[in-house]
Ligand binder design. Structure first.
Ligand SMILES: [Zn+2]
Length: 78
């Protein structure tokens, strides 16, 4: 995929390379790294914030759903 005249980008993982150079890379490695970053964010920031909020305030149905979905996503991506 052409990003601009000088740069190409992989549609799957976002890897970028200079036009004319070899663009070989591992989508799987890059996607795994992204999954791990998202997992870390959910585990260390999003979930604790939701759980803390649940202690202090009644959660809306949307927040309860987000909490349930976040926990499910974590278990699915292990
Ligand atoms: Zn890729």
């Amino acid at each position: 995929m052409a990003k601009n005249d000088d740069t190409c980008a992989c549609c799957t993982c976002g890897y970028e390379w200079k036009r004319g150079l070899h663009g070989g890379h591992s989508c799987a490695d890059r996607l795994l790294s992204k999954v791990n970053k998202l997992r870390s964010f959910i585990e260390t920031q999003a979930l604790p914030a939701l759980i803390l909020a649940a202690d202090d305030y009644p959660l809306s149905s949307a927040a309860k759903m987000a909490l349930t979905d976040a926990k499910a996503l974590l278990s699915e991506t292990k």
